[in-house]
Write a protein that binds this ligand. Sequence first.
Ligand SMILES: C=C(O[C@@H]1C=C(C(=O)O)C=C[C@H]1O)C(=O)O
Length: 482
Amino acid sequence: MPAPRPNDDAVPPVPVLHVLTVPLAELGVPTAPDLRELLAGSGLLAWTVDGQGLVGHGRAAGHTVRGPDRFTAARVWWDDLAAAAVVEDRVGVPGSGLAAFGAFSFAAESGADSGLVVPELVVGRRDDDAWASLAVAAAPGAPFTLSAEDVVAAWVHHHGAAPGAAVAAAPAAAPGPVHLSPGALDEAAWTQAVREGVELIRAGGLEKLVLARDVLARTAGPLDPVAVVRDLAHRYERCWTYCVDLGSGAGRLLGATPEMLVRVLDGTARARVLAGTLDRDAVPAGEDPQRFAARVLGESEKQQHEHGFAIDSLTASLAPYTEVVTSSPEPFILELPNVWHLASDVTAVLRPGPAGDPPSSLELAEAVHPTAAVCGTPTAAAAALIPELERMDRGLYAGPVGWLDAAGNGDWGIALRGAVQQDEHTVRLFAGCGIVGASDPEAELAETWAKLRPMLQALGLGADPAGAAPGAGAAAPRRPGR
Ligand SMILES: C=C(O[C@@H]1C=C(C(=O)O)C=C[C@H]1O)C(=O)O
């Protein structure tokens, strides 16, 4: 459905893009590659899961937005860009042709830019289909001259090697010591904020509240984001690894999220809802790990209760757009290297809007954000309390991150288990937890450390920052014993 247009004076003119998509077979790459091998070079944009997805380089166009209308403003820009673009798509699958990466702030009031960026070169893979797309700005009315040779030239430029040739491996993410320090709140202050949250819930003001905190990592040597992204993509292969830099100076968002906010493919929407977490390091000696997870997560009333809020909030916000919504009959246990989660997959058949088109992935991302998994229940009460208790601007953390194409397809994950790289030596890591009346603040603090672990490991800090990985030279804030 086209985005409702604000006053036309407020809409910036879009560039005219020429886009050519060719199958990789046409570039001499007969079998679809594992996209993780292409995570290299400067100006990387990425969205990969299990070696599939989209990997972008360079920048053909981009648009940043802020405020409560940030999604609508981005959609108007995208609709205009797509309408003006001249596209030759020889593949015709979701993600081929004109495609953009994007990231949106958690809060409408955030000072962080949200937006979309169209890479110059995108290499994509979906099952056995693999393709490369080249996008370049052209003068209005200019003839379309892009050829497969131009795609190869862009590939060589960005990858330093021809299609099919091995790309140089990235060095260590953070050479030299990494120093950790508290962000907005130290551990004691954050635990106190959780305590206040629990009291408010018990007093009946709300049912669930998600509270997060940030940790700053300073690296002695320059931090290589490519090495971080590669590490995450290999270690967390069941998660969606993301790397998005909107180019506005707001920093680079990177991480590996296990949570799919909404994915739209050919008129069907899917989501993976998580709520309920168990640290895999918390298995008591002698216990069978799988049985422990099944008992603690699957049979816990608190966890099931928390999970129920997340499913209900998603299905309620999808309802106006859907014909039929189905979810896994029972939540299942998602096993990740750091934690187990209670998870449910939701599928919805989309209903066409008044103009006949089903809603686009970005329209749905706006409709379902923020879910109870990252905000709380009721949404408005939780959203108002979050900045008050967390004492920080979440920025892009816990907002939608992903990609979209001109046909309305796209994946929007929730930007969790990640960080914002602010400069060559500074990354700001985030993690949060769902709080209910029965929550124990110390246990929630320990859970944030488990959720920070993917990024800490990618920075070379090992599983336990307080123990300081040998050679990493970490100086960590206090970590509670468990
Ligand atoms: C808020 C985060 O995670 C969310 C909270 C969870 C929970 O409280 O159990 C589980 C998964 C996510 O929905 C985070 O990782 O920062």
